[in-house]
Structure formats: structure tokens, C-alpha cells
Design a binder for this molecule. Sequence first.
Ligand SMILES: *Cc1c(COP(=O)(O)O)cnc(C)c1O
Length: 242
Amino acid sequence: MSGRMREVELATNLARVEERIARACDAAGRKRTEVTLVVVTKTYPAEDVRLLAGLGVRHVAENRDQEAAAKAAACADLPLNWHFVGQLQTNKVRSVVAYADCVHSVDRPKLVSALSSAVVSAGRAPLKCLIQVALEKESGHGGDRGGVAPEGVRELADAVTAAEGLRLAGLMTVAPLTGAYAGSPGLAFARLMEISRSLRGVHPAANMVSAGMSADLEEAIAAGATHVRVGSAVLGVRPALG
Ligand SMILES: *Cc1c(COP(=O)(O)O)cnc(C)c1O
């Protein structure tokens, strides 16, 4: 596909997503400016990121460091904020803090200290951190996806607050595929908001709520999400290994 055709395709998809967000805000009695669209560009090339920036996108997200680092380098001249939303190994942290403005997937104390040291040694601006909440892990249930159980949020949040170079920005979740909230993203996001409210009682500045993807952004906006992470609805359906 030519660059021009791809640009038209992305513009069309983006307009559809923008329309969905606007309607959802309307329905919820929220201002459009209360919700930030973060476009998840994983598996798609840097050329697409460049086209999206030209179409006005300012926030992009990736879930694998190797891919993200290369794309961020190729797009360093663009006015973009990079969000890291994938499970993060401590040996990738140094690379991630070189390009990420915000990490959505903070889920364990070891990662907090690794991020803190990396930010300090890079001498960069504070890194925004969201605690990833795994609602399917509530009250001792399993699951090997990323995220901390709701009962672990407070302790991890305190650790981020105490860590040099990190700023506790809020919470993130992915609607669970298992457990009590499977198939009910609206209930999952409402639960996340409840956890967010209680967190803000202690850490008032931690007001970001990252929830909602292509399939459930309306439910997330209805619940109160401030950031929706949308991939396939903008870029197209990813090949299986996304
Ligand atoms: C891939 C991904 C998204 C976007 O998912 P879509 O269904 O393509 O919109 C959002 N959040 C995270 C953490 C992801 O890995």
C-alpha cells in the first residue's frame, strides 16, 4: 500500500475512534478534554507512527522494548509522548527510560527500584508511573498476566512515591479474561475507579486512569477513564503474534 493510501486509511480509522470517544464522553456527561487517546502502535512500523503524528496523534504506546526503542529512535524528531504498556523485565528498564514518558505496567517492588535507579542514572525528568492492577488476582486468585492484585496497590503506590525519579501518576488495567470480571469490562472498570478513588485519598496527584482498548473504550469512558489505549481500531487487526 502506498504511503498516501495508508494515510487515508489511518485518518478514516482515527476519525471513527475519535467519534466513538466523543459520543462516549457525551453519554457520560464528560468533557472530551478529560480523555486522552493513546494509540497503541505495536507490531506496526515507524512509518505508521509518523503518519499518525502528522494526523495529530500525540500519545503512542508500545508493549515490547526492543520494538519500541527502535521506533522511538526513528521518530525522535516528532512531538510524541511514548507510553510503555507491556510487561517489563528489569533488564529492559534502562532502555525504556531513555524514551518513555510514562510506564503503565508497574506491578512489583523490584521494578520500582530498577526504574528509579535507571531514571536517576540517566539524569532525566521524572518518569510517570501507573500501577497496573490485575483485577483477576483479587483475593488470591492466580493468573500470570502482569499486574498487582488490588490489595497490593497501596504498598506499591507508596513505594513509587518514595522512589527518587518516579512520579506516581495513577492506575492502569486491562479488562480481565478470567475471574469474576471476565466478559464484564464495565464492572471491571468501575472496580478500578473505586480503587483509584481510594488511592487518591492518600495520593491526590495520582489521578490518571488508563483503561479501555478498541473493544471496550466506551465502557472505560463511562466509568471515568482518563486515558484509553487503542490499537487495532486505528491501525488494523494485528497478525496473531501481537
Ligand atoms: C495491545 C494493547 C492495547 C490495544 O489493544 P487493541 O485491542 O488493539 O485496541 C491496549 N493495552 C495494552 C496493554 C495492549 O497490550
